[in-house]
Write a protein that binds this ligand. Structure first.
Ligand code: SGN
Ligand code: CA
Length: 540
């Protein structure tokens, strides 16, 4: 019988007074977990972005706590999501890479909350291969999902909605919030597709940054001297690995229409005469873009072409060369990526306002994060995967005035596996021993400062190789001062960075005689972390 589980008994003890009704103080908080896909701190004004204003995210930060050292355990989508749900590292939850299917019979925080009487829902991106478990209601995008006219799998049925994905996910989230019962607390997992590749903004933001030039990162033209083969051999360079049509939207209306009518494009037949491989890639590039383009309504197509006309014209008639081409591609990439952030921020404003209007704001823990960080041209890259800071660090904002001093900033080292224990802790549900993260309560209670006895390092392990973007397998630790990384599998290379003197991670100091002692103690700490998290990997 459910009531006689340990959590049930504890709940009865904690949540009832003599009249069997919870007192005001005993009311458990709602949890709104907001996660976007590939949104990095460099594109949030509360983290000092040089590129964009995000007023609605800033509000969560101003009224809550901003974490400056929140790290992902494995910088890629499905693994991060599985770690968040289970509170465990990839080797224990089974989702080491995006191709793995999440075993939904595992213990997750939504399941435990559901058992403890919470109403639970997941809306938006899911990307875990199996159907969601532990949710009273679920409506999720299949796989990566689509930006326009997105399909959802809603409680097992496939449906298509009209509109732009970020707006639609929010409409659905608000609808669920308005229909749930007021008698029980809720935990809603509200997850965006944006700003994931191929970075398509809402029609109202298409072209909004076309005349703007964003500051160029110092390391855009990085030549990877001072790093190892992993940095040199990846395939995520703005210069070489962005696709002209798919990523940069460099295709005319005529080309797209002909492609749709199965007319062979001249640019492809011409290319075939001297470069068959290049022509095939071009064809694949059009195919990918056409698949999303064909979802647009005629009005959306008009808006699309007027937004991109200028860049397409330049591409056809006045295409830059050499490093100018890299700088131009960087601008095109940034214009689309950042325009996706505008609707993301607007929609987060909508949901927070909804909670405020319905007087649920003060009793709701609001979390904003992203499944990992992302490169915005640093080291010449887009995408993530590496343990280098831009992709390793996650944004994390938490608003909960009952426990968190507004406007606080935390320098404590936290990880995505800490989220589940935190939610369970505040919901008065015992945290299972098997969860590897820690509740952030002591950090909140210490106004963000590192609490006594808090962890000194974060542990990381990335597995998806060989695969997309060719980032080699690696694991490592980060402490306040240093980062140690071991690339393994097809190589055996170590890297050490001094995060204080070399925050951009340009100089691998592993092997420098003056750092021998540091290496020794970092390896010791790495071993401790691997034992602590039971990651059985052997390293020399
Ligand atoms: C797609 C993207 C990749 C991206 C992965 C994983 N290619 O495969 O660039 O790294 O998703 O992203 S695309 O051409 O299909 O857009 S993740 O966020 O889901 O892990
Ligand atoms: Ca992602």
């Amino acid at each position: 019988m459910k009531l006689f589980t340990i959590s049930g008994i504890l709940l009865l003890l904690f949540s009832c007074n003599a009249t069997n009704k919870p007192t005001k103080e005993e009311i458990r908080p709602n949890i709104l977990f907001i996660m976007s896909d590939d949104h990095t701190t460099q594109a949030m004004s509360c983290y000092g972005s040089k590129f964009i204003e995000t007023p609605n995210l800033d509000r969560i930060s101003d009224e809550g706590m901003r974490f400056d050292h929140c790290y992902v355990t494995n910088s890629i989508c499905a693994p991060s999501r599985a770690a968040i749900l289970t509170g465990k590292f990839s080797h224990l939850n089974g989702v080491t890479d995006n191709a793995k299917i999440f075993d939904g019979t595992q213990v997750t925080y939504p399941k435990l909350l559901q058992k403890a009487g919470y109403q639970t829902a997941v809306i938006g991106k899911w990307h875990l291969g199996s159907a969601p478990t532990g949710f009273d209601y679920w409506s999720v995008l299949p796989g990566q999902g689509d930006y326009y006219q997105p399909q959802f799998i809603e409680m097992g049925d496939t449906i298509t909605e009209n509109g732009y994905v970020t707006d639609v996910i929010t409409d659905k989230a608000i609808e669920w919030l308005s229909e749930k019962t007021p008698d029980k607390p809720f935990a809603m997992v509200y997850q965006h597709k944006a700003p994931h590749r191929n970075w398509i903004p809402a029609t109202r933001h298409l072209g909004i940054f076309e005349d703007k030039d964003f500051p160029v990162p110092e390391t855009l033209l990085d030549d990877y001297q001072g790093r190892g083969s992993a940095a040199r051999q990846q395939e995520m360079e703005i210069s070489n690995h962005l696709w002209d049509a798919w990523d940069l939207k460099l295709a005319t209306r005529d080309e797209l229409e002909k492609f749709g009518e199965n007319t062979t494009l001249e640019i492809i037949t011409d290319a075939k005469q001297h470069d068959v491989e290049g022509a095939n890639k071009r064809s694949e590039d059009f195919e990918k873009l056409y698949r999303v383009y064909s979802r647009l309504s005629p009005e959306e197509k008009d808006k699309w072409h007027s937004a991109y006309a200028k860049r397409v014209e330049k591409y056809k008639n006045n295409k830059p060369e050499g490093n100018d081409l890299i700088r131009w591609k960087y601008q095109l990439y940034m214009r689309d990526y950042l325009a996706c952030i505008l609707s993301l921020d607007e929609n987060i404003g909508r949901i927070v306002n909804y909670l405020e209007e319905t007087k649920q704001l003060e009793n709701t823990i609001i979390v904003y994060t992203s499944d990992q960080g992302f490169f915005l041209g640093e080291h010449g890259w887009f995408d993530k995967r590496f343990m280098y800071e831009e992709s390793y660090r996650m944004p994390l904002l938490i608003r909960y005035p009952k426990a968190i001093q507004p406007g606080t900033v935390s320098d404590a080292f936290v990880m995505n596996v800490d989220f589940a224990p935190t939610f369970l802790d505040y919901a008065n549900v015992p945290v299972p021993n098997a969860m590897q993260g820690k509740s952030l309560r002591p950090v909140f209670e210490n106004d963000g400062k590192k609490p006594e006895g808090w962890r000194e390092s974060t542990y990381y392990h990335y597995y998806e190789f060989p695969s997309w973007h060719s980032v080699k397998r690696h694991y490592g630790i980060r402490t306040e001062r240093f980062k140690l990384i071991h690339f393994y599998n097809d190589v055996d290379e170590w890297e050490l960075y001094d995060m204080q003197n070399d925050p951009q991670e340009m100089n691998n100091i592993y092997g420098h005689p003056e750092y021998q002692e540091v290496v020794k103690s970092m390896k010791e700490e790495l071993k401790n972390q691997q034992e602590l998290y039971a990651d059985p990997i052997n390293h020399p």
